[in-house]
Design a protein around this ligand. Structure first.
Ligand SMILES: [Zn+2]
Length: 434
């Protein structure tokens, strides 16, 4: 008999399965074995994956950043499918739509448009691609339109379109005229309903018409996920000693939080509230997801960063007295740098990570990966170069409160580690997770 670290129920040994503390969608299959555990019951393993991990992964912000990571690693010499970008619910209303259906727009790597007509579900409204259970329950239809740029690398375009919706109950219809029979290249044959819709899409979507799309956001999409990650990581690195105390009870409440529950008392900062550009760039790595675990006198801090663009800080545990694992597993801080598209995870101590970023002592593996990225980025840029539409510059972000603090107060230690520690502490002291 043993106790599950998430639901805290005591169950037979056979009721447990291997859990990746860092889920696969972040590249968790390659993290050191230390971050895998059999202390999670099968029910939690399945349900939390579907509702907690997916709630985070499929939210618009996270989904977009993770998709961009895949683009950065595209290798023109070894073409693979790239994921589509989700552009929310459109204002299109093609013929034969029935009540309860919505029209979602997705964009392919070379500007291809994919219009997916699928059932709406108010319960998981913020999931890009909808509630996985509802979508599975009914056969849906998706319509594909190539772009002018598709012809520059038809292979990439075609592979990406073919791969989208792979293994799902989706009828895939090509709207453009093509020389071969659609079913010979992995698409379906259109029927009367499709033919009416093709006509509509060709008229409405091929002349750069303005589109008014809608994104849905659940403001607490990340609460349960960050709590789960915090519990899992602190348990894996420090052992059972961290599991029973008031703070862990709050994290547990956060993991099982329902929309109307009172907010648990957790220290940290969510990505929406994190306006500290300095922290985002210092803790993150280009085109990677980083997880930094860092001991402070206020407790163990976990920093999650996606592509230097979104950053979460959460206190993940009280540090138990005389815990030996802290020296063995964390030391001055440990950093997991995850490159999901190439299935790699590089583990460094925090000082090593900072030294690499500062150019003081380069990590050879990271440098190699940086070179790969440049190649992929240049290729995609060149394919899209003739596109007249330029993306507008993002608004400049106002200087952050914490950055100002950093400039005016001396750091606790010398160098960047000190800055980091100071920022983490400022975040932990001044802010609640929500
Ligand atoms: Zn459980």
């Amino acid at each position: 008999m043993k106790e599950c670290i998430y639901c805290r129920k005591v169950k037979e040994e056979s009721g447990f399965s291997l859990e990746h503390i860092v889920p696969q969608f972040l590249g968790g299959s390659r993290v050191p074995n230390l971050l895998k555990t059999k202390q999670v019951c099968k029910i939690c393993n399945n349900n939390l994956g579907l509702f907690v991990d997916a709630s985070f992964e499929k939210s618009f912000l996270v989904y977009s950043y993770l998709t961009e990571q895949a683009y950065a690693f595209y290798d023109p010499d070894n073409p693979t499918a790239l994921p589509l970008r989700c552009f929310g619910t459109t204002d299109l209303s093609p013929p034969h739509m029935v009540e309860g259906e919505i029209c979602e727009l997705w964009i392919g790597p070379l500007g291809e448009q994919i219009i997916w007509i699928r059932p709406d579900d108010k319960r998981l409204y913020w999931y890009s691609g909808g509630n996985p259970r509802t979508v599975k329950s009914k056969k849906t239809r998706a319509y594909f339109l190539f772009s002018d740029q598709s012809s520059k690398d038809l292979n990439l375009s075609w592979l990406s379109l073919k791969n989208a919706f792979e293994g799902r109950r989706v009828k895939k219809i090509i709207c453009n005229e093509i020389d071969v029979a659609a079913d010979k290249i992995g698409f379906d044959v259109s029927d009367d309903i499709d033919n009416d819709r093709i006509e509509y899409f060709l008229e409405k979507c091929t002349n750069r018409q303005e589109r008014r799309n809608k994104f849905s956001l659940y403001s607490k999409y990340d609460l349960r996920f960050l709590a789960k990650l915090a519990i899992g990581v602190s348990f894996s690195l420090l052992g059972e000693d961290v599991l029973r105390n008031d703070y862990m009870d709050e994290l547990n409440k956060a993991l099982w939080h329902k929309e109307d529950d009172p907010l648990p008392n957790i220290n940290g900062v969510t990505a929406f509230n994190e306006d500290n550009q300095h922290l985002k760039s210092l803790c993150g790595y280009k085109n990677a997801t980083t997880i930094i675990v860092f001991p402070t006198h206020k407790g163990l801090v976990l920093n999650l960063n996606i592509s230097q663009s979104a950053n979460w800080v959460i206190k993940c545990a009280e540090i138990p007295n005389n815990n030996e694992n802290i020296i063995n597993n964390i030391g001055e801080g440990v950093c997991f740098i995850l490159f999901k598209p190439i299935q790699k995870c590089i583990t460094l101590s925090l000082p090593e990570f900072i030294e690499h970023k500062e150019g003081i002592s380069l990590n050879h593996e990271l440098s190699e990966i940086d070179n790969m990225v440049t190649k992929g980025n240049d290729y995609i840029k060149q394919l899209l170069s003739s596109d007249e539409k330029k993306l507008t510059n993002k608004d400049k972000i106002a200087p952050s409160r914490n950055l100002i603090l950093l400039l005016h107060k001396p750091s606790l230690n010398s160098g960047k580690e000190g800055l980091l520690k100071f920022t983490f502490l400022a975040d932990l002291e001044s802010k609640r997770f929500f």
